[in-house]
Design a protein. Structure first.
Length: 188
């Protein structure tokens, strides 16, 4: 059995812990066109730090095949360095001006079974949800494995808007069966 772990790292989780209690001033991303999905990058600015959330492809093992797989990552960087990945595209800045009360990190355990035997286990960060003191939320969710899109949502109980885990499970046939479970880690 092969295990692949592409979740946020321990240092990423420490950075997320440092976001709690701070004011999220604004975020920026490409303009929404047909949906709230944007290509590859979203930036968030706090009063004293900023982060880029990216979803870029990397060639790696995808259940026995070498494929371009999109990986959801975060990196501390100056807000001014966060730029659109689309040529000649200007990102839209959206004010938030709210204190982060809690951050939810959404991880998945994706397993592949071949003739009943588990052959792969992939641990992946699916997205992040910022919960604010006034109750509203902001989330970023990576799309399906080959897409570099990030879905940006605002509202309440946003975990309910995340793609169901059944999407992974339905993509297999014959002797292959997929199982997916989700873990939501609360950082306060």
């Amino acid at each position: 059995m092969k295990q692949i772990d592409v979740r946020f790292s321990a240092s990423d989780m420490a950075e997320i812990k440092g976001m709690v209690g701070k004011k999220l001033v604004k975020y920026k991303c490409d303009p929404f066109e047909f949906s709230t999905s944007v290509y590859g990058i979203v930036g968030v600015a706090f009063e004293d730090m900023a982060f880029a959330f990216t979803n870029m492809v990397k060639a790696m093992d995808y259940y026995g095949e070498q494929e371009d797989v999109a990986l959801f990552k975060m990196e501390r960087t100056p807000f001014s360095n966060i730029q659109s990945l689309v040529q000649n595209q200007t990102m839209v800045e959206t004010p938030v001006e709210s204190i982060v009360a809690e951050v939810l990190v959404v991880n998945e355990q994706q397993q592949l079974f071949e003739r009943g035997e588990k052959t792969y286990e992939v641990l992946v960060t699916r997205g992040i949800i910022f919960k604010f003191e006034d109750g509203h939320e902001l989330s970023f969710e990576k799309n399906i494995w080959f897409s570099e899109d990030i879905t940006v949502e605002k509202g309440y109980d946003l975990i309910q808007r995340f793609t169901p885990t059944t999407e992974f499970e339905e993509g297999w046939s014959g002797d292959l069966r997929g199982e997916c479970s989700r873990e939501v880690i609360s950082v306060k």
